[in-house]
Design a protein. Structure first.
Length: 279
């Protein structure tokens, strides 16, 4: 599943590639991708003729502002991709469910093999009523600046194991399995430490790790794993997987202490960590 860095990369790409363009036509072949509508026309008519004014990100949701005060909400789900196409003659990828064609030429295509993602148009002012998760999103590490002691107060309030706390969207928006493991290794903390038992210096390390790891993830344009379900707007893989310290590196040497990385199951997910560097 794309996490905060991957969605932020796509947001920045969209800002450069589609903002200012006007929608000429919309084709929908997969109704699950627009499942809030009973008919295709309800969705397509909300977009045709609209100009794209800007792109925001809230957690893992993309909000494309339209003239008239509405927004196109895009959630990539487990396997969703947004791909730019230069023109209609460019080969259509399998599992392409929504195609937006612009009057200036070019297309924006939504590809989603597992169909957990979705797109819909709504009023910006009432978006929290449409997406309950957006009404309760926690801080955005790329947008929200705060002191480490305030961050420590928020961490202590959770009374959760650290990995669960990092993945709690009501605490921090956008972190999933990959980046929680990387952040905890960067901070030198085990995934099963309790959040309200951290010492001040550990809180400081954790806060720094959250910010630095996510910024690095964006810098290297996200993580593309073996399934390559994440690619950027141009169909290119990210590069941050080449810099992973622990994720999917079980049995390999820790780059810090040279001892073996361990893989364990936690809450039904694979968790990767160094039992020597992380305490």
């Amino acid at each position: 599943m794309p996490e905060l860095p991957e969605v932020e990369v796509i947001r920045r790409d969209l800002e450069k590639e589609v903002v200012g363009k006007k929608v000429k036509a919309v084709d929908v072949t997969g109704m699950r991708s627009i499942r809030r509508y009973r008919q295709r026309k309800q969705f397509t008519s909300a977009l045709v003729g609209k100009k794209l004014l800007g792109v925001e990100r809230r957690g893992k949701y993309l909000l494309v502002k339209l003239d008239g005060g509405e927004v196109l909400v895009i959630h990539l789900g487990m396997s969703g991709q947004l791909r730019r196409a230069a023109g209609t003659k460019e080969a259509m990828a399998k599992h392409t469910h929504v195609v937006i064609t612009f009057t200036q030429g070019g297309q924006l295509r939504f590809i989603d093999p597992r169909t957990f993602g979705e797109m819909f148009v709504t009023e910006l002012d009432g978006i929290e009523d449409q997406v309950d998760e957006l009404a309760h999103l926690g801080l955005d590490p790329l947008e929200s600046a705060m002191s480490w002691d305030y961050f420590g107060e928020l961490v202590a309030q959770r009374h959760m194991k650290l990995k669960a706390a990092l993945m709690d969207q009501k605490f921090i928006a956008g972190i999933g399995n990959i980046y929680s493991d990387e952040i905890l290794h960067h901070a030198g903390l085990r995934y099963d430490r309790m959040s309200d038992e951290l010492r001040p210096e550990e809180v400081r390390r954790l806060y720094r790790a959250v910010v630095e790891v996510l910024q690095e993830g964006v810098k290297y344009r996200g993580s593309s794993l073996a399934d390559e379900q994440y690619v950027d707007l141009f169909g290119k893989k990210g590069g941050y997987q080449e810099h992973h310290q622990v994720y999917a590196r079980d049995g390999q040497a820790c780059l810090r202490c040279r001892r073996a990385i361990v893989r364990e199951k936690y809450a039904g997910r694979s968790t990767f960590f160094c039992p020597y560097c992380q305490v």
